[in-house]
Design a binder for this molecule. Structure first.
Ligand code: IFM
Length: 481
C-alpha cells in the first residue's frame, strides 16, 4: 500500500478535550464547562477541568508529535480563551498560548492546521440564545477575524466549524451535548446559523489572508445504509442521509438546503417558529448587501415555504468557494423504515459487524464509497482531507509498560486501505489525521473512552505511546506499508 507523494499524515485533537486549565489566563466559561458541571450530563461526572493538562504540557506534547513522525497537527482554538465573554477585545494571554504552540510546531517541522470552532461556545453567548440566535454568527466572524490576524502568519490551513451536525443536533435537539436542549426548531435554526458563521468566516478570511492560505469546513458524515433492499428502507436511509449529510453538504457546495428535508421539517413543525429561551437576530445585522441579494435555496423560490431564519444573501455566503473539505468518518448507520417513529419515520438498527468500545460498527468499506460519493455529489475535485478517523478501544497499560492495541492498528490499516482505494479510483484525497493524538475527554462519555494513539495516565498525566503510535510512525515513514 503506497500513498501519493505529498500525502499529509497528521493527528487531531480539540481544545476542550485536552487543554484543561479552564480558569487560567483569563479564559472564560464555555458551554461545555457549564454542561459538564451539570450533574448527570457526562458519564462519571467527568469534566474538562484538567483533561490532559495540555495547556501546561504543550511543549512536550509537540516534541512527542515530532518523535512520532507527524507531519501535521490539527488542533482547535478555544473561543473563550480569545474572547472570554464571546466578544470585545482579544485576550492577549489566550492568543499567546496558541502563538507559542504554533511556533513550536514550526520548530519541529509540523504543519499546524487550526479549527476555529470545536464546540466550546462562550457561555456568555449561550445566555443570549447561543447558535439559535443569528447574532452569534457575527460574533463568530469577529472571533475568526481576530484569530486570522493574530495567528494567520503561522497557520496556513484553517477549518471554520467542526461537525456542525453535532453542535446543532446533539446540542439543541437530542440533548446529548452542550447546551443540552431538546428543541427541534432551535436545532434547525442553530444549524443554519452555524453554516452562516462558516460563510462569514470565509468572507473574513478572503479579506484578511493572502495567497498560500487555505480555508475549509470539517463535516462529519456517516454512510446511511438501508436495513434491507426494500423501497421503504431505502427511502428511510435517504432521509437519514438528508438529516446527517446533505443538510450540511448541500448548502456548502450546492448553495441550497435539500428540498425533501425542508419539507420534512416543515411538516414536523421544526422549520420555523418560536424557539425556547432565545433572542432573535438584531435587525442591524442582517445580511443585506453581503451576498447577491437572491437566494438559490429552493425553499425561497417555491415548493416549501421559506424558513423564517433564511435571509437574502445567506446561501451565497454559505456556498462561497472554499479550498478543501475536511471529512470526519467513524461508522455507518443502518436505517429501517418505521412509520410509528417520530424520528424521521425510521429506526437506526444495531451494528451488524465488529464494533469499537463505543459500539460503533467498524465499517471501512463505507469510507471508500463515501469518499467517492462526496467527490461526485459535492466537492468535484476539490482537495479532501480526512480530518478525523479512529476508534475508542478498551486500552490498558500492561505490566510490561506498553499499551498493546492491535484492534486499533487493524482499524486504522483497514480505513487507510479504503482511503487508498478511493484515491486509486480518482478521489482527490490529500491527507489523513488520526483521531486522536491523545486519549482525552470524549464529551458525554467522559474519560472512559480512549481514542488516542498515545495513552494518557490521567493520575500522573504521563503519555505512553501505544503500539498503534509506533505502527503509525512506520506508515508515515514509508508513506504506506
Ligand atoms: O471526540 C470526537 C471529536 O471531538 C469530534 N469527532 C468525533 C470524535 C469521537 O467521538
Amino acid at each position: 500500500m503506497r500513498f501519493p507523494a505529498g500525502f499529509l499524515w497528521g493527528a487531531a485533537t480539540a481544545a476542550y478535550q485536552i487543554e484543561g486549565a479552564v480558569r487560567e489566563d483569563g479564559r472564560g466559561e464555555s458551554i461545555w464547562d457549564r454542561f459538564a458541571h451539570t450533574p448527570g450530563k457526562v458519564a462519571g461526572g467527568d469534566t474538562g477541568d484538567a483533561a490532559c493538562d495540555h495547556y501546561h504540557r504543550w511543549a512536550q506534547d509537540v516534541d512527542l508529535m515530532a518523535d512520532l513522525g507527524l507531519q501535521a497537527y490539527r488542533f482547535s482554538i478555544a473561543w473563550p480563551r480569545l474572547f472570554p465573554d464571546g466578544s470585545g477585545r482579544p485576550n492577549a494571554r489566550g492568543v499567546d498560548f496558541y502563538k507559542r504552540l504554533v511556533e513550536r510546531l514550526h520548530a519541529r517541522s509540523i504543519r499546524p492546521v487550526a479549527t476555529l470552532y470545536h464546540w466550546d461556545l462562550p457561555q456568555a453567548l449561550q445566555e443570549k440564545g447561543g447558535w439559535a440566535n443569528r447574532d452569534t454568527a457575527w460574533r463568530f466572524q469577529e472571533y475568526a477575524a481576530a484569530a486570522f490576524r493574530e495567528l494567520g502568519e503561522g497557520v496556513d490551513d484553517w477549518a471554520t466549524i467542526n461537525e456542525p451536525w453535532c453542535a446543532a443536533f446533539l446540542g439543541y435537539a437530542l440533548g446529548q451535548h452542550a447546551p443540552g436542549l431538546t428543541d427541534w426548531p432551535a436545532a434547525v435554526r442553530a444549524s443554519h446559523h452555524l453554516l452562516l458563521a462558516h460563510g462569514l468566516a470565509v468572507r473574513a478570511f478572503r479579506d484578511l489572508m493572502g495567497p498560500g492560505k487555505r480555508v475549509g469546513i470539517t463535516l462529519n458524515m456517516t454512510a446511511a445504509e438501508p436495513a434491507s433492499e426494500n423501497e421503504a428502507d431505502r427511502a428511510a436511509a435517504r432521509r437519514y442521509d438528508g438529516f446527517f449529510n446533505r443538510w450540511f453538504a448541500d448548502p456548502v457546495f450546492l448553495g441550497r438546503y435539500p428540498e425533501d428535508m425542508l419539507a420534512w421539517y416543515e411538516a414536523a413543525g421544526a422549520l420555523s417558529g418560536p424557539v425556547s429561551g432565545t433572542a432573535g437576530g438584531r435587525p442591524s445585522e442582517t445580511l443585506s448587501g453581503a451576498g447577491s441579494g437572491t437566494t438559490r435555496c429552493a425553499a425561497a423560490g417555491g415548493g416549501s415555504p421559506a424558513p423564517d431564519w433564511l435571509r437574502p444573501g445567506d446561501m451565497a455566503l454559505i456556498s462561497a468557494p472554499i479550498d478543501f473539505l475536511g471529512l470526519n468518518y467513524y461508522t455507518r448507520t443502518i436505517c429501517q423504515n418505521d412509520p410509528s417513529s417520530r424520528f424521521f419515520g425510521l429506526r437506526t438498527l444495531p451494528p451488524r459487524g465488529p464494533v469499537t468500545d463505543q459500539n460503533w460498527e467498524i465499517a471501512p468499506r463505507c469510507l471508500r464509497d463515501l469518499l467517492a460519493r462526496i467527490q461526485q455529489d459535492w466537492t468535484r475535485g476539490l482537495p479532501i482531507y480526512i480530518h478525523e478517523n479512529g476508534a475508542a478501544m478498551a486500552d490498558e497499560l500492561t505490566p510490561d509498560g506498553h499499551v498493546h492495541d492491535p484492534g486499533r492498528i487493524a482499524f486504522l490499516r483497514d480505513h487507510l486501505a479504503a482511503a487508498g482505494d478511493a484515491i486509486a479510483a480518482g478521489v482527490n484525497l490529500k491527507g489523513y489525521f488520526v483521531w486522536s493524538l491523545l486519549d482525552n475527554f470524549e464529551w458525554a462519555w467522559g474519560y472512559a473512552k480512549r481514542f488516542g494513539i498515545v495513552y494518557v495516565d490521567y493520575a500522573t498525566q504521563r503519555r505512553i505511546p501505544k503500539d498503534s503510535a509506533f505502527w503509525y510512525r512506520e506508515v508515515i515513514g514509508q508513506n504506506g506499508w
